[in-house]
Write a protein that binds this ligand. Structure first.
Ligand SMILES: Cc1cc2nc3c(=O)[nH]c(=O)nc-3n(C[C@H](O)[C@H](O)[C@H](O)COP(=O)(O)OP(=O)(O)OC[C@H]3O[C@@H](n4cnc5c(N)ncnc54)[C@H](O)[C@@H]3O)c2cc1C
Length: 400
């Protein structure tokens, strides 16, 4: 194992640091103001378009994409430190076209898409001229177990007909969202893991109705998390992704790298919270001394440093495993880092909130938002308990 940065990571990290300091972090407030001023709060604010143009000009684009000939072609180990830098801002990943759900959708299009599907959907997604959504989870069933999905994909001549109710379909309210990757059962009586398929659905297809925009702990995300009704939605048979019955396997492939990306960015979120905590603790004086002089606050700071460094090492180790032995071999480590990175980031953010007092729960700093994000991401892309179940199963097997 060699965790030294490669030359291209070192070069990109320097450029990314400057981009974050000079452009992204100062744009956060403007981003929120422009969203508020827009008639449609889901519309891309102009400042984000400007940031994306600058990122492209600087060669900081599609860094997540490990597939040959697409994006920067970095390994996971090379991308991890860059994702950490980007994770310090909640708008950083969007600025460099590395945000979910587009990243996962681009990955599966690269892996399973036909040449025609890639030309129609992958190319504009890589350009960020369109956005996309991923519709798997359903309100009526426990969706952490994807075999529970009840939506249907029924063949009718040279079309498929889709029916079902989805929710937390992230990105669907963005007016630039032109593609939904929909998961449903095409063979409800087939073998458990071959019942599901994934199909590409243009958002303007008749029969798609966004019922409501779901919040995240009261926050409304710019991309929007839709509850969506699909009623007799007809799409041509050539929109099937892979073969009928491949849906479950594609979902597993999609979520692996995505989980790792969240973990990589969580390290950056935690670093930002620790940085804020240290600054505030030195400035704020109570009972005759700065908060930073109190033992309890010093312990929060020290523990945060230890825990962040631990998750960074696990991120690098699991990235290295994915690169050298494949996603399947790294299953347990990827599950471990998805759980631990988000738990640590949440804990560090929570300590920072406490250090800030009332200001920490206001919207005057990014902390309240980070608190919500790091909590929600212990459920999204698989709840912690499901990842713990995976780790335990693999661990027990070693000893049977
Ligand atoms: C902000 C956000 C964005 C999201 N974006 C998307 C998206 O774009 N597309 C999409 O399809 N979905 C999306 N989701 C949905 C997310 O993937 C699901 O919420 C998640 O998979 C869990 O499914 P569920 O909510 O149905 O929980 P359930 O399956 O009902 O589980 C509820 C709880 O049960 C517990 N649990 C489950 N299994 C076990 C077990 N084996 N052992 C012990 N405890 C267990 C866990 O604590 C879990 O939180 C998003 C969710 C959030 C919060």
């Amino acid at each position: 194992m060699d965790f030294a940065y490669s030359d291209r990571t070192r070069d990109l990290a320097v450029r990314l640091e400057s981009f974050m300091t000079d452009h992204v972090l100062p744009a956060e407030k403007i981003y929120d103001e422009q969203i508020e001023a827009n008639d449609n709060p889901h519309e891309q604010p102009q400042i984000m378009r400007d940031l994306q143009k600058t990122a492209r000009d600087l060669g900081l684009w599609n860094l997540f994409m490990t597939h040959d000939g697409l994006g920067a072609g970095l390994t996971n180990l090379e991308y991890a430190p860059l994702a950490e830098i980007v994770g310090r801002s909640i708008i950083g990943n969007e600025a460099i076209n590395c945000s979910a759900p587009d990243t996962g959708n681009m990955e599966i299009l690269a892996m399973y898409g036909t040449e025609a599907q890639k030309a129609q959907w992958l190319k504009p997604l890589l350009d960020c001229s369109i956005r996309s959504a991923f519709a798997m989870t359903e309100p009526a069933v426990a969706s952490s177990d994807a075999t529970n999905i009840t939506s249907t994909i029924r063949r009718d001549g040279d079309h498929y007909v889709l029916n079902g109710r989805k929710w937390y379909t992230s990105g669907i309210l963005d007016p630039d969202c032109k593609l939904i990757i929909f998961m449903g059962k095409s063979d409800p009586d087939g073998p458990t893991y071959r019942q599901q398929s994934m199909i590409l659905v243009p958002t303007d297809t008749p029969g798609i109705e966004v019922i409501r925009d779901l919040p995240m702990f009261g926050f409304k995300d710019r991309l929007g998390h839709g509850e969506v009704q699909f009623t007799d939605v007809r799409v041509p048979v050539e929109n099937m992704l892979g073969e009928e019955g491949d849906g479950f396997a594609i979902a597993q492939g999609r979520l692996g790298p995505g989980r790792m990306h969240y973990a990589m960015r969580a390290v950056g979120m935690a670093e930002r919270a620790l940085d804020m905590m240290c600054r505030r603790a030195q400035e704020r004086v109570a009972f005759g001394g700065p908060l930073a002089s109190r033992g309890v606050v010093r312990e929060w700071i020290a523990r945060s440093r230890i825990e962040i460094d631990q998750i960074r090492l696990l991120v690098l180790y699991s990235s290295w495993l994915m690169d050298t032995q494949g996603n399947a071999a790294a299953r347990s480590e990827v599950a471990a880092i998805k759980v631990s990175a988000m738990e640590v980031a949440h804990k560090v953010v929570d300590r920072a909130v406490q250090t800030y007092g009332a200001a920490g729960v206001s919207n005057d700093t990014v902390l309240a938002r980070l608190h919500a994000i790091t909590r929600a991401l212990q459920i999204a892309d698989g709840p912690n308990e499901v990842h713990l179940r995976t780790i335990a199963r693999l661990e027990v097997k070693k000893h049977s």
